[in-house]
Design a protein around this ligand. Structure first.
Ligand SMILES: Cc1cc2nc3c(=O)[nH]c(=O)nc-3n(C[C@H](O)[C@H](O)[C@H](O)COP(=O)(O)OP(=O)(O)OC[C@H]3O[C@@H](n4cnc5c(N)ncnc54)[C@H](O)[C@@H]3O)c2cc1C
Ligand code: FES
Length: 342
């Protein structure tokens, strides 16, 4: 279910990124730093839905806000970055997502944040939260961008670092350095050398939060593993969709019963095909939008059988515990599956 939320203000962060400040509304007001909302809109006659993380922080910022970076040839991001204006209505889901500051991480050791491009958005919200609530916690941010002009929240990050009296430090990594490198940025990408430099100054840290393009996250994880960081200390969120050419986890077929308001239908699907695609291929209409485990439109209750999801950006723990699954991201692993849209 979605609700129309009014845009209060649009802030141009960089040539490609805007922050959209929203009017407060109980529908979206109860969010945690790191969470996102799904925004749905018509693009060339088709309704599509994409996730955008909160850049605002509860208890710090007066209004909820999301930050959107235009992706080259990206349908919704281009439309929103080019056209959104104050007073317009944005169709959004409620806040969701499990990428959040961990309780234990809030109690001991410093924190390391590694962001690439628009991946700064959820991390910015988390950093402001830690600065507000945990003045004793040391925070390092390694932030990778193409060049100085593409750094989202540059002024705010510099100000926060300055005002934090040493609690918060930002290390900018740029592909292209300006001739006057006033930021003291390092040239290059996230790798083990850069991390050694950052970690060397943080004798003990309890968690690493990572968000950015898939390639950067993979290389950061490999480097962190090489440096002996326990994988259980690394929390990450990818903005890219998963690869739908997932290796089959099972051979054979499954008998699927689909319960809808107007009755039930039964079909047989291959176990190595994503459940939503297999059902749609059989000519049965089901609700869906992104097909990338992001929007939650295909959400359905699993009544019996087992379905394993490749990814899930849309369902909260509460929904998972209530038995909801995303058939766009799931493969059947049992011979029988029953899903219900009632
Ligand atoms: C949990 C989560 C949180 C996120 N938070 C943020 C955030 O805070 N800020 C933010 O900016 N983004 C965020 N994203 C990413 C965002 O949801 C979108 O994925 C992004 O804006 C691109 O959407 P789009 O519709 O513009 O691009 P799409 O139209 O989906 O295109 C995406 C890419 O695919 C390529 N492409 C599109 N169609 C084709 C085609 N037919 N053939 C080949 N290539 C094609 C495009 O060139 C583009 O590079 C988040 C994603 C997730 C999963
Ligand atoms: S269609 Fe968007 S989550 Fe399944």
């Amino acid at each position: 279910m979605n609700k129309q939320i009014k845009v209060r203000r649009v802030i141009r962060e960089t040539p490609d990124a805007i922050t959209v400040v929203l009017e407060p509304d109980p529908w979206i007001d109860h969010y945690k730093p790191g969470q996102f909302i799904n925004v749905s809109a018509q693009v060339l006659g088709e309704v599509i839905s994409r996730s955008y993380s909160f850049s605002s922080t509860p208890g710090v910022d007066d209004f909820p806000a999301i930050t959107i970076k235009r992706v080259a040839n990206g349908r919704l991001s281009t439309q929103l970055v080019e056209n959104l204006k104050p007073e317009m209505l944005l169709e959004t889901s409620q806040p969701m997502g499990r990428f959040a500051l961990k309780e234990d991480a809030e109690h001991s050791g410093g924190l390391l944040f590694i962001a690439g491009g628009s991946g700064i958005t959820p991390l910015f919200s988390m950093i402001k939260s830690v600065l507000k609530t945990k003045p004793e916690k040391s925070i390092k941010l390694i932030y990778a961008n193409k060049n100085e002009q593409s750094i989202i929240f540059l002024d705010q990050l510099q100000r926060l670092a300055k005002e934090s009296s040493g609690q918060f430090e930002v290390i900018h990594l740029l592909e292209t350095l300006a001739s006057e490198n006033l930021l003291g940025a390092k040239k290059g990408r996230v790798n083990a050398e850069v991390l050694v430099e950052a970690l060397g100054d943080v004798p003990s840290f309890s968690a690493v939060y990572l968000c950015g393009p898939q390639g950067m996250m993979e290389s950061a994880c490999l480097s962190l593993n090489d440096l002996g960081v326990d994988p259980s200390q690394i929390y990450q969120e990818s903005f890219s969709a998963f690869n739908t050419t997932t290796a089959p986890i099972n051979e054979g077929v499954a008998r699927v019963t689909i319960i809808k308001e107007n009755g039930s239908e039964q079909i047989t699907i291959p176990k190595n095909q994503l459940v939503l695609n297999a059902i749609l291929n059989a000519g049965i209409e089901l609700p869906y939008s992104c097909k990338e485990a992001m929007c939650g439109t295909c959400r359905v209750k699993l009544v019996s059988g087992k379905l394993v999801m490749n990814e899930n950006y849309a369902l909260t723990d509460e929904m998972l515990n209530s038995g909801f699954v995303l058939p766009c991201s799931g493969l059947a692993v049992t011979d029988e599956l029953t899903i219900s849209y009632l």
